[in-house]
Design a protein around this ligand. Structure first.
Ligand code: PA5
Length: 465
């Protein structure tokens, strides 16, 4: 199985490779001891059934059977699945679909292997949503409303708009059959509506939060509709969950990732750059940005004390960002840890032809492949950073398949909760987003939120130019 496993290389975080900014033996030993306590905390959280995402790779066949039934019912009748969801209800689906079907998947015609397109509408931007709704053939479109809480304003507004349009066009009964909910199994307005009006509804287990939900029906349904092998995705996640369950620090990729990232943060490296050398993995980098930011950016520790912790995650793409952000990464403040994602087998390759042998700018490229070029660039960038004493992690992917993605998604989620345990915060909540939601409700006239309207900043100030 080794050739199908992802590999995490942390050598460029160590002093013996990058010099003084790296960790020395003593510091690694200390981290190893710290991870013993982290292991116990995570084991307790799993025993208390708090880490619901950890069970998803082993989920019983009931939910996947429901998903497969819906896929068989709809697959040949539609060309478009529109996911209405935001944050954790959106980013994982985009990440996996983009990784497998490519960054151009929505711009190019569907193929036999890619029978339908998934459109993830993750904003309350009218310009963006209007142009999507008006361009899709509504007779060939299915909607999946994804919301754990069943009350997120952006998603609910989209649902109401789509509902009314479909009602007018198809009549109420047919319209309703075109909308599938994914939500909490017991709570929330969507669950209530599903029961009252008979909408088809998939379950997102109550103990799985949005940003940890990609391997639940939140991601699995749209991904199965798009033709991806969800069993292989779960199998990959299972293989990784086993690797992440071992107590030995040096054998556990999630613990190594968390320990390297958090020790870098403790050394004032406030930024973690996720930089795949694969354009199609940019969505995955964006999914990680949310996971890391929303999980670890916290004011309070578990004792309720002010701690104001968190590491800013940034998405970049190699080699594209070598011509954009790399200058900053190489010479700017020593406040970053980079994490490269490199790929052994790109699945497709292009040979670079020998056309102008007399010109050095072209001749060295002739006869080499494009994958050789991008792999050399990834290696060169990691080495250049190391030579400047700047740390990095490298995650090596053998190829891009559902199995490999399942491993990667699980590893990064396990690393995030391990990092949360190191910081002694709750990585599963997001209290900091509540105030802006309440102020929005106040502005939009939701009853019970009048006091928040009064707190809003006034727009007319003398400080406008
Ligand atoms: O990770 C999270 O919990 C959030 O990003 C949510 O996914 C996001 O706010 C959407 O919430 P909901 O699924 O309840 O609509």
């Amino acid at each position: 199985m080794a050739d199908k496993s992802i590999i995490l290389d942390y050598s460029c975080c160590l002093a013996e490779i990058i010099g003084g900014n790296g960790l020395n033996r003593e510091q690694v030993d200390r981290l190893e001891k710290e991870m013993v306590a982290v292991h116990e905390k995570l084991a307790q959280m799993r025993a208390d059934d708090i880490l619901g995402f950890w069970n998803l790779p082993w989920q019983d066949g009931l939910e996947t059977a429901k998903i497969n039934n819906l896929v068989s019912k709809w697959r040949d009748k539609i060309d478009n699945l529109v996911v209405l969801g935001i944050g954790g209800s959106a980013l994982g689906t985009t990440a996996v679909d983009m990784a497998l079907h490519g960054v151009w998947r929505l711009a190019l015609p569907a193929t036999g292997q890619r029978p339908l397109k998934i459109w993830v509408a993750d904003n309350s931007d009218p310009r963006n949503f209007y142009s999507l709704l008006n361009r899709l053939d509504q007779d060939r479109t299915l909607y999946n409303v994804v919301s754990k809480s069943g009350s997120t304003a952006e998603t609910m507004s989209q649902f109401l708009i789509v509902s009314e349009r479909l009602n007018k066009k198809l009549g109420r009964e047919k319209a309703q059959s075109r909308i599938i909910f994914t939500t909490d199994p017991q709570e929330g307005a969507l669950r209530y509506l599903a029961e009252r009006e008979g909408y088809a509804a998939l379950d997102l287990p109550s103990n799985v939060g949005g940003r940890y939900s990609v391997l639940s029906s939140v991601g699995l349904f749209p991904l199965a509709m798009a033709g991806h092998d969800i069993n292989a995705l779960l199998e990959g996640a299972r293989a990784m969950a086993e690797r992440c369950a071992v107590p030995e620090f040096a054998k556990n990729p999630a613990y190594i990732f968390a320990a390297m990232a958090i020790s870098a943060w403790r050394a004032q490296r406030n930024v973690l750059v996720m930089m795949p050398y694969v354009s199609d993995l940019f969505g995955l980098a964006q999914w990680f940005v949310q996971l890391w930011a929303e999980s670890l950016g916290k004011r309070f520790n578990l004792a309720g004390e002010d701690v104001f912790v968190g590491q800013t995650a940034v998405a970049a793409t190699g080699a594209t960002d070598q011509h954009s952000q790399l200058q900053l990464f190489m010479e700017g403040p020593q406040d970053k840890l980079l994490c490269f994602l490199s790929l052994d087998n790109y699945g497709r390759d292009l040979e670079i032809p020998c056309l102008y042998d007399d010109m050095p700018a072209f001749s060295y490229l002739g006869g080499r492949s494009m994958s050789e070029l991008i792999q050399s660039e990834a290696r060169a960038t990691a080495s250049a950073l190391a030579l400047e004493g700047r740390p990095s992690l490298s995650i090596r992917l053998p190829s891009i398949t559902e199995h490999i993605l399942g491993q990667l998604l699980f590893m990064l989620q396990a690393a995030t909760v391990a990092a949360g345990a190191m910081l002694n915060i709750n990585p599963l909540d997001q209290p900091g987003v509540e105030l802006s939601k309440k102020l929005t409700y106040g502005l939009m006239g939701r009853s019970g939120y009048e006091e928040f309207k009064a707190k809003l900043l006034k727009q007319a100030t003398p400080y406008i130019v």
